[in-house]
Design a protein around this ligand. Structure first.
Ligand SMILES: Cc1ncc(COP(=O)(O)O)c(C=O)c1O
Length: 500
């Protein structure tokens, strides 16, 4: 792969450095901290640089390249207006150390975001610090842990998760030192209240669950589950990865949750993928608010001595750290760029966000039905089955390729790779674990009926392909089938320079 560092030592130069404001000699850096060799900056002319990044981008698949039905990841279109707003000089050019009176506008945006998120989820307080859903989970479970520590309830050492949970839920709780208790789901894929009753007790710290769950099913008995957990003094944690399905219709607060994370990059809008960049704020009920990581934005009425031009005549915004904060979980103020983009998105849609989730649910149900109908017309319904035996799903659905695997050896991974050859990003595969040979499809609200129809046709076409061809797929992509286990276990994180 061509790498920028391979241009080290070449002749071009695609940047111009500002003149130093002081001579190096006048800055008395300690000997040990002084550079011994010049930095290895790549040297490229502007056109070489442009070509390099354009080439890199052409090797990737993104939501701007094609349909991206990656279940649970909510890959929706990111309106470009968000980028324009995030790059306004008054927003993009500020520094986190600037005093509050310089940045009242941005603080007001952050405050509004905290407020809006709290209202949407039925929570009382929000911190924007965590930069991913998984980090939000960890942060909120740490708050729950501190809450119990303060109350002297240190015997609460267990966190309950359903077997359909996303892997980050047990991982986050385990990182906080909790023991994980997994409970089985019912045959219809939903929470089993009897199984929950059997495991709760004085040692229960929390239950972590997403709703709709990872099979795309609404947990209709969630209020009862909350009651069961609360009846023994435990806390309910809402994994907000599937918030896109319910935003504006109901809220985790109404369902009885005490804490929640938001995946801003999924529910709102923020280009993400390949691990980032994201934003995973958390919201909590008032009894957990004192433990939130700070700083969070607070406001008070403007006073006479406030030295600024305030953005309105009423409020003065400032950073504040909650009294018993668990401490910072991120440098500065979290992923501010993502927060701003999501704020722009929310400001554009306001109450229409409810329509957004309705369309996400409609699209998922339409696509599911369309795939079934085409398969029935072509007499191949027996090649796959529903991941869950229900009539209506929420914003995503699961399909099991187990029957096909049994028939000719082509499994979920082969179908996924076959779809790449047809110009589609593959759905999520092998998650949730409770569905064998699982493919999880999430079309999102931003796709047209035409796109969904074409995908449904291609999907049914691919599952009928020669399994030998599917085992070799993808053959049209720039990168063929990779050894994912090797890639995950043997990370190359730095450039191997010859002379090191
Ligand atoms: C159900 C569920 N929970 C939690 C997460 C973790 O979110 P993030 O990827 O933002 O860390 C995901 C991510 O895909 C998810 O699908």
């Amino acid at each position: 792969m061509s790498h920028l560092f391979e241009h080290y030592g070449a002749e071009g130069q695609g940047y111009s450095q500002p003149k130093p404001i002081a001579s190096i000699d006048s800055i008395k850096l300690p000997e040990g901290m002084q550079r011994q060799k010049p930095p290895r900056w790549p040297r490229l002319s502007e056109p070489e640089m442009v070509r390099h990044y354009t080439w890199l981008s052409s090797r990737n698949f993104g939501i701007d390249t094609g349909f991206y039905p990656l279940g649970s990841c909510t890959m929706k279109h990111n309106p470009r207006i968000n980028e324009v707003i995030a790059q306004l000089p008054g927003i993009a050019d500020i520094h986190p150390l600037q005093p509050d009176h310089h940045v009242q506008g941005t603080l007001a945006i952050f405050y509004e975001m905290q407020d809006m998120l709290a209202i949407c989820a039925g929570m009382d307080a929000v911190t924007l610090q965590p930069v991913a859903g998984a980090q939000g989970e960890f942060t909120a479970i740490r708050c729950v842990q501190e809450y119990f520590r303060k109350r002297g309830e240190t015997q609460r050492t267990k966190v309950i998760v359903p077997d359909s949970a996303h892997g980050t839920n047990p991982a986050s709780a385990a990182m906080c030192g909790f023991e994980i208790i997994e409970i089985p789901s019912k045959d219809d894929g939903r929470i089993d209240l009897d199984a929950l009753r059997a495991v709760v007790g004085e040692d229960t710290a929390a239950m972590m669950i997403t709703n709709p769950n990872t099979l795309g099913l609404f947990e209709a008995e969630i209020a009862q589950a909350s009651e069961i957990v609360h009846s023994v003094g435990g806390q309910m944690y809402y994994d907000g990865a599937n918030f896109n399905a319910i935003l504006g219709r109901t809220s985790p607060g109404l369902m009885g949750f005490d804490a929640v994370h938001y995946n801003l990059h999924k529910t709102f809008s923020q280009p993400h993928g390949g691990g980032g960049p994201g934003s995973g704020p958390i919201g909590v009920k008032s009894h957990l608010a004192e433990f939130l990581p700070g700083p969070v934005v607070s406001r008070r009425e403007v006073e006479e001595n406030d030295k600024v031009t305030v953005i309105n005549d009423k409020w003065w915004y400032h950073w504040e750290t909650p009294e018993n904060s668990i401490g910072k979980v991120q440098q500065w103020h979290g992923n501010s760029g993502a927060v701003i983009r999501c704020w722009a998105y929310y400001r554009r849609y306001g109450k229409e966000l409810k329509t957004m989730s309705e369309h996400a649910v409609l699209n998922a149900n339409y696509l599911r039905k369309r795939i079934m109908d085409i398969a029935e017309e072509q007499g191949v319904l027996d090649l796959f089955c529903d991941g869950a035996p229900v009539d209506v799903v929420k914003h995503e659905f699961t399909i099991s390729m187990a029957p096909l695997k049994e028939k000719n050896g082509a499994g979920a991974m082969d179908i996924a790779k076959g779809l790449l050859d047809q110009g589609y990003m593959a759905p999520t595969v092998y998650f949730p674990l409770v569905v064998p040979e699982c493919m999880m499809v999430e079309p999102t609200e931003t796709e047209s009926k035409d796109t969904l129809d074409k995908f449904a046709e291609k999907f049914v076409e691919v599952i009928q392909m020669d399994p030998e061809v599917l085992h070799e797929a993808p053959i049209t992509t720039k990168v063929r089938r990779v050894d994912e286990v090797y890639a995950a276990r043997n990370l190359t994180l730095s450039y191997p320079f010859d002379d090191e």
